[in-house]
Design a protein. Structure first.
Length: 412
């Protein structure tokens, strides 16, 4: 493969010939009309022409900066030329000036029309043209680079020849008709020799093609083997990574299981502690209630004893002779009648007390509420105490304090 520098230079001249002629004409006109005065008018005119030419070239390249390196390739089949490779680039002048940056292109796709020689392929993603040409001739194609926001285009050329020498077919003169037998024999020998030459050329070409095929086959096999090895190495690396990930996942699962077991154990321990605590609180509350009940019972008993003493005192006072008119007796309060009734019932209560002293202490504790129920001062008692008494006697506990007192009095 060889790049022709002369052809490239001629292509550049042919592309920019219009700009060169235009800048030259403007320079001549400026010098002719003496636009720049002074002794350096010619230099100013030439400088202006050069600046105009550069401006026009840069502007044209800025509109379409795509080009291939190399742009023109000559491939000789007889030589051991390497694979054809043409890469797309942005014009160096435009890229150095910073007008267009290759990193700014998005969704780049390459296309080529018409197709180049058989065996030459274009990568639509990178735009690289590679391959071994199989047909002879000159091939020119237009390559388009489409991207988000526009497209650029350029032309590439590929020339494929058999040998370096000119391939012009040499025309041989036709044989003159033989006139003698000797000429006929010589003509026959020439024909045989030509047939041998043709056979040898064909055999030589076949051998060359076979060698080329074998060399390409070997190179392709080597490339396939190399790619297979790289693929196997990548596959092994991926397999190792996957196994490591599996191990990490198993270890994380085991850690989570252990953590869950420890948390469950902690929850069970805390639940047991809470249950024990609740049981202790309940037992303590029951003990407190029992203490309250015992104190309440003692209070009732003390009240009952105090009331009994008061009744004894009143009885002693009533036995003394008193002279009061009948009218005062009629005006006595209902409370005195209640006291007299209670005094009349005293003997029975004394008998009950004697029986209680003879019985065991447990029976005394059970029978004391019955005696106390008859002597309770319902007016001075609280509603909670009245409710407790009503519960003990099996009465209804709903209603106001007055209703509770009336129920208890009716029960008495």
């Amino acid at each position: 493969m060889k790049k022709s520098e002369t052809l490239v230079s001629f292509d550049l001249l042919r592309e920019n010939i219009v700009f060169i002629l235009l800048s030259t004409a403007v320079t001549v006109v400026l010098y002719y009309i003496k636009y720049f005065e002074g002794p350096y008018s010619l230099h100013y005119s030439i400088f202006f022409g050069v600046v105009l030419l550069l401006t026009l070239v840069i502007g044209y390249k800025y509109k379409n900066p795509l080009q291939y390196s190399p742009r023109h390739v000559i491939f000789v089949k007889d030589r051991d030329d390497p694979i054809v490779k043409m890469e797309p680039t942005i014009d160096p002048i435009i890229s150095r000036l910073g007008l267009v940056k290759s990193d700014e292109f998005v969704n780049v796709r390459y296309s080529m029309y018409p197709e180049l020689d058989l065996g030459i392929d274009l990568d639509p993603n990178t735009g690289v043209i590679t391959g071994f040409p199989m047909e002879l001739g000159n091939f020119t194609s237009e390559v388009k680079m489409k991207f988000l926001g526009g497209q650029y285009s350029t032309t590439v050329r590929l020339e494929v020849v058999e040998t370096v020498r000119s391939r012009a077919i040499q025309k041989r003169d036709e044989f003159a008709p033989p006139r003698t037998v000797a000429q006929l024999l010589m003509r026959e020998e020439d024909v045989i020799q030509r047939e041998k030459d043709v056979d040898s050329d064909i055999n030589r070409k076949r051998e060359r093609l076979e060698e080329e095929y074998i060399s390409k086959e070997l190179s392709l096999r080597e490339q396939i083997d190399f790619e297979r090895e790289t693929f196997n190495t990548k596959l092994e690396g991926i397999e190792k990574e996957y196994k490591l990930k599996l191990k990490d996942r198993d270890s994380t699962i085991e850690d989570l299981k252990a953590e869950m077991a420890s948390k469950l154990k902690e929850l069970e321990d805390s639940k047991d502690l809470k249950i024990d605590k609740l049981e202790a609180e309940m037992s303590e509350a029951l003990q407190n209630k029992e203490k309250e009940f015992v104190e309440f019972e003692k209070d009732i008993k003390s009240k009952y004893e105090e009331k009994e003493k008061s009744l004894l005192v009143e009885e002693a006072t009533e036995e003394e002779p008193e002279s009061k008119p009948e009218e005062e007796e009629l005006e006595e309060e209902p409370e005195e009648e209640v006291v007299e009734e209670e005094l009349e019932e005293e003997p029975e209560e004394e008998v009950v007390e004697e029986e209680l002293e003879e019985e065991p202490e447990e029976e005394a504790v059970e029978e004391e509420p019955e005696e106390e129920d008859e002597e309770y001062d319902y007016v001075s008692m609280t509603k909670a105490e009245l409710v407790e008494l009503a519960k003990k006697r099996g009465l209804a506990v709903s209603g106001t304090k007055k209703k509770l007192i009336s129920r208890l009095e009716n029960n008495d």
